[in-house]
Ligand binder design. Structure first.
Ligand code: NAD
Length: 417
């Protein structure tokens, strides 16, 4: 499966295997969770009554997924949904149908061995029109959709119009703040993995690095050197760290964004070209770009799904870096590199990062499945994977039981017949 993920998406083998490991991890988590779908018990205000809430299966869950995590996103949703007692219908990305077919074939075996009907998991291969049909279908109480903000707005509107439930996992514009108190060696490793890993095609990819003026030049010099030596190439080859973009349209978006940002006043530090040679004929291998820019540039405000890292300089206290970081429409992942507890705690406080994920001294990408995953603002507000994300796949019911021979009313209301 890991090899097929690499074959179909172009992500390097390490990441193909990592994605499959993530599927195994969520299966483990879901099995444990199946015994922990707890509700609360409350004391009733009425004598000889008891109250509690419990969770029942929601029914049918529709899963729409993106190309960049073609199997992990399905498993995050489907494994939780199924231990919650739901059945799933999956519409994978039209760019990655093979891994979906492989998943179904694997799960089919598991279901057969356990005498569970195959239809508990099903899928439809197709494009946006199938996703749109699922979104409109009143038989599907929950649509979990992962993809661009553009897609999420359409799905959210359709599901909202029928007052269904949606779980939206959309685009990010993630930043790493590097203060003058940062361990630069640590920060650089995280920045490079975050910015060029998966060829810049993760929702949590580091797109902006906001650097204190006192360490800006040294960081720029060191990043430039690393970018110039990046091993780019066949994602199956050991030692390669950057594979291709998903398709030529992605390359065109990459080049167009670079052209725009330079027009807006940005300065290309290095990279930004398509690699063309006998070995690289597809037009999808690119040199990751490092660009000096300002946060307010329209292109910096957008998510370009490609390896472009914008370097943004700040001066003054950490609150200024946080202001810049939060000054975008998206709110997925964020991190700070600093060894100063005042700076890091400010970043994590209610006036700190406004993102769904806020990390200290680790990068923006590479989340563990144990935590709830997702983001705020135009990232959609959904949470999936660990913590209490399972609750969205169930319907909550409050139960009050009277074991007395009287019928006292709540709030002490008298209604004597
Ligand atoms: P995309 O929005 O083009 O497509 C995602 C899925 O939505 C596909 O299955 C597609 O067929 C479907 N779709 C498209 N339009 C639709 C519509 N109108 N109605 C219903 N379904 C529709 O995204 P992509 O290019 O596959 O993936 C990249 C995007 O996904 C990036 O923006 C990235 O940040 C985001 N993403 C987010 C997360 C997250 O967890 N927040 C994870 C992975 C990817």
């Amino acid at each position: 499966m890991g090899k097929l993920v690499t074959w179909e998406t172009g992500k390097i083998m390490q990441e193909g295997w990592g994605e499959v490991q993530e599927m195994i991890d969520i299966c483990d988590l879901a099995v444990g969770l199946s015994r922990q779908l707890h509700g609360f018990t409350m004391h009733s205000e009425r004598p000889e009554h008891r109250m509690y809430d419990q969770y029942h299966p929601l029914g049918l869950v529709g899963i729409i997924s993106a190309f960049n995590f073609p199997v992990a996103v399905w498993s995050w949703n489907a494994m939780l949904a199924v231990v919650c007692g739901d059945v799933c219908i999956w519409k994978p990305s039209e760019k990655t149908p093979l891994t979906a077919v492989a998943c179904q074939n694997i799960i089919k075996q598991v279901l057969k061995e356990n005498q569970v009907p195959e239809g508990v998991f099903s899928y439809i291969i197709g494009g946006a029109e199938i996703g749109a049909k699922l979104s409109e279908d009143t038989r599907i109480p929950l649509i979990s959709a992962t993809g661009s903000t553009r897609m999420g707005k359409k799905v959210g509107e359709k599901v909202g119009a029928r007052l269904g439930r949606s779980l939206l996992e959309l685009g990010g514009n993630n930043a790493i703040i590097v203060t003058e108190k940062a361990d630069l060696d640590l920060a650089i490793r995280a920045i490079v993995f975050g910015a060029v890993g998966t060829c810049g095609q993760r929702c949590t990819t580091t797109r902006r690095v906001i650097v204190h003026e006192n360490v800006y030049d040294v960081l720029k010099r060191r990043l430039k050197k690393i970018y110039n030596d990046l091993p780019i190439g066949n994602p199956f080859k050991q030692g390669i760290l950057v594979g291709p973009l998903i398709d030529q349209a992605a390359t065109e978006n990459y080049l167009a964004a670079l052209k725009r940002v330079v027009k807006e006043g940005g300065k290309l530090i290095t990279g930004g070209t398509v690699i063309e040679s006998k070995e690289f004929k597809t037009g999808t291998y690119v040199n990751p770009a490092l660009v000096e820019a300002k946060n307010e540039f329209p292109t910096v405000q957008e998510e370009t799904f490609a390896p472009i890292l914008y370097m943004i300089k700040y001066s003054g206290p950490v609150t200024e870096a946080i202001r810049i970081q939060n000054d975008v429409k998206q709110g997925l992942s964020s991190s700070i590199f600093s060894n100063d507890i005042r700076e890091t705690e400010t970043f994590l406080s209610h006036f700190g990062s406004d993102c769904g994920i806020a990390n200290v001294n680790i990068g923006t990408s590479g989340a563990e499945i144990g935590g709830a995953f997702g983001g705020e603002k135009e990232t959609g507000g959904g949470r999936e994977s660990g913590s209490d994300a399972w609750k969205i796949y169930m319907r909550r019911q409050t139960n009050t039981i009277n074991f007395s021979s009287k019928l006292p009313l709540a709030q002490g209301i008298k209604f004597d017949l």
